[in-house]
Structure formats: structure tokens, C-alpha cells
Design a protein around this ligand. Structure first.
Ligand SMILES: C[S@@+](CC[C@H](N)C(=O)[O-])C[C@H]1O[C@@H](n2cnc3c(N)ncnc32)[C@H](O)[C@@H]1O
Length: 300
């Protein structure tokens, strides 16, 4: 069966792929939810059909049912391609400016004071969960590395995503110059390289920020989602928005278990954890800390 599909010729020009039926859509809906936690409402049928059509064309398949069978029978590779097509990867540098201001105005001064009094190690670990093409972790890297007080600190940013296509882009760290418009000019000057010759019109992340960020494929819906150690900051922004409540609760619980007792958890502007986790409390819009930390603070 697999061989028969693989040996088919690419669909010839003008040959139509049969429209996605409701029954076929349900198959993808259930599979994507089980695999990635992403909940696709029936309003997403046209989007799914449009995004998967290129895979059908490439594989020479004429129906979504055939493609579904192929995904089920093939190795993990086609599952990755399918999830790549389904996931929404929109991102930009310094998205949610209030988060970066919160770090600079509240978090950094407090960490520097604690370290000066011997109450904290000079190290910072960050997790950018659902990092897409890398703008988020590199924005965090620039913010941390530009802070003079952190000059002798050890900084590590783990960036993860389910999409291998996005992770490849993030690792390449090259963007059209227009994408760099969201980077504050002083950071642009300090940390980004301007492309020349074949790279003219592009910018690339410089070695300093690249050296503190590493990229890993991780599925936040996977109970076995393996990540070592704990984090001072966790950014999971505009990712859980695609999950239903049950998958959100599981993913958040796993991530919060990795948050340092005095760490912070950031979500996207349209998200909140109020009904998702009773382990954290809001310290500012879309920013959360462990509950015990907040109780300590209110006693001071
Ligand atoms: C809209 S982007 C958000 C990027 C960035 N965090 C931001 O706020 O700009 C959402 C990202 O979440 C990723 N994603 C979706 N489901 C995921 C899952 N189950 N595990 C890990 N990443 C996932 C997608 O591949 C996509 O790159």
C-alpha cells in the first residue's frame, strides 16, 4: 500500500484533488488533537484543506483520505510535515513589549540585588516554549545580554517548538531586513549582522546572541516532553491558544513544575492561566509567578 502511493506520479497539472469531506476532516481533527493538543474547530476545515493540499500534490495523492492513510502508515517524517503544515507560526521580534519592560524594570533589578547580597547564583535559565522561527528567544537573548549587570552571569536560553521547519529557520537565524523593524535600534546595532552580497536585504543574528540560545524539538502535548532542569523564566506565548482546556492544563502543569520558585511564566496577550492552573498567580497582565512567592511578597 505504502509503495503504491509512493510510486504514484505527481498529480498532473489540472488534475483536481477531491475536496476535503467532513468525515476526512474529523480524522485530521482527532489526530492533530491527540498528537499536538491542537484543537481544530469545524471553522478550520478550509484552512486544513488549504494547508495540506501542497503535501497531497507533492505526494501525487488525489484524496485527503489517501493522505491520512499515508500519514498513518509512513514513518514519523510525514507526521512532522503534516503538523508543520497545520501549525500557525506567526511571530515577531520583541512581541508583547510589556514583557520586556517588566523584565528590565522589575525582574533584573531584583535579581541583581539578590546576587549582590549573595542570595542568588549569577546564572539565568530561560525556556522559550513554542519559539517558532526564533524571534522570541533571540529577543530575550538581546534583552539579557544588553544588561550591563549580567556581564559575568551565565545565560542559557532553551528554545523549543514542535515544528522542525520552524526550528531550521530559527537555527539559520536569517530574516529579511523588514522583520528587524521591531528590534530597538541599539540592540540592532549591538547584536545583528547586516547581510552583504547574496545576503543583501537580510539580517542575521550575531554570534553573541546565537551562543546563548539552543533549539530543540519538543511537543508540549507529550507527557514524555523531556527537558532537563528548572527555569527562571518560561515564555509560552501564543501557543496554548490553539489547545483546548484539558491539553492546556496538562502542558501548563508540566511547564510550571520546571519553573524556579522565584521564576516568572509569560503567556500571550490574549491568554490567561486563571482557570488553567492553581499553582500560579498573576503578578501583571499575562505574567505569572508561583503562588507561595506572591504570598511571601505580600507579607513584606
Ligand atoms: C503563533 S507561534 C508563537 C511564537 C512565539 N511564541 C510568539 O509568541 O511570537 C506558535 C508556535 O507554537 C508551536 N506549537 C504548536 N503546538 C505545539 C506543541 N504541541 N508543542 C510545541 N510547540 C507547538 C507552533 O509550531 C508555532 O511555532
Amino acid at each position: 500500500m505504502r509503495g503504491a502511493i509512493l510510486n504514484s506520479a505527481p498529480v498532473e497539472a489540472g488534475h483536481q484533488i477531491r475536496p476535503l469531506t467532513d468525515a476526512e476532516f474529523t480524522l485530521f481533527q482527532k489526530f492533530v488533537y491527540r498528537e499536538a493538543g491542537i484543537s481544530l474547530s469545524s471553522a478550520k476545515k478550509a484552512l486544513v484543506s488549504g494547508r495540506l493540499a501542497c503535501r497531497l500534490r507533492l505526494l501525487g495523492l488525489r484524496s485527503y483520505r489517501n493522505y491520512f492513510n499515508y500519514v498513518m502508515e509512513e514513518s514519523d517524517t510525514e507526521r512532522l510535515h503534516m503538523l508543520d503544515c497545520i501549525s500557525t507560526n506567526e511571530t515577531h521580534f520583541f512581541r508583547e513589549a510589556a514583557h520586556f519592560a517588566f523584565l528590565q524594570q522589575h525582574v533584573f533589578p531584583s535579581w541583581l540585588a539578590q546576587a549582590a547580597s549573595g542570595g542568588r547564583a549569577r546564572r539565568i535559565r530561560v525556556w522559550s516554549a513554542g519559539c517558532s522561527s526564533g524571534e522570541e528567544p533571540y529577543s530575550i537573548a538581546m534583552t539579557l545580554l544588553a544588561e550591563p549587570g549580567f556581564a559575568d552571569w551565565h545565560i542559557e536560553i532553551i528554545a523549543s517548538d514542535i515544528s522542525t521547519r520552524m526550528l531550521e529557520r530559527a537555527q539559520a537565524a536569517i530574516w529579511p531586513t523588514a522583520k528587524a523593524k521591531d528590534i530597538p535600534p541599539r540592540f540592532l546595532k549591538l547584536f545583528m549582522l547586516k547581510g552583504v552580497a547574496v545576503q543583501a536585504g537580510n539580517v542575521k543574528a550575531g554570534p553573541e546572541i546565537r551562543s546563548v540560545v539552543s533549539f530543540h524539538r519538543m511537543n508540549l502535548n507529550d507527557d514524555a516532553c523531556a527537558i532537563a532542569g528548572t527555569f527562571d523564566l518560561i515564555f509560552c506565548r501564543n501557543v496554548l491558544i490553539y489547545f483546548d482546556t484539558a491539553s492546556k492544563q496538562r502542558a501548563v502543569s508540566r511547564m510550571v513544575s520546571r519553573l524556579e520558585h522565584d521564576g516568572y511564566f509569560f503567556v500571550g496577550h490574549a491568554e490567561n492561566l486563571n482557570t488553567i492552573s492553581n499553582q500560579v498567580r498573576s503578578v501583571a497582565p499575562t505574567i505569572y509567578a508561583h503562588k507561595p512567592l506572591l504570598e511571601e511578597q505580600s507579607c513584606r
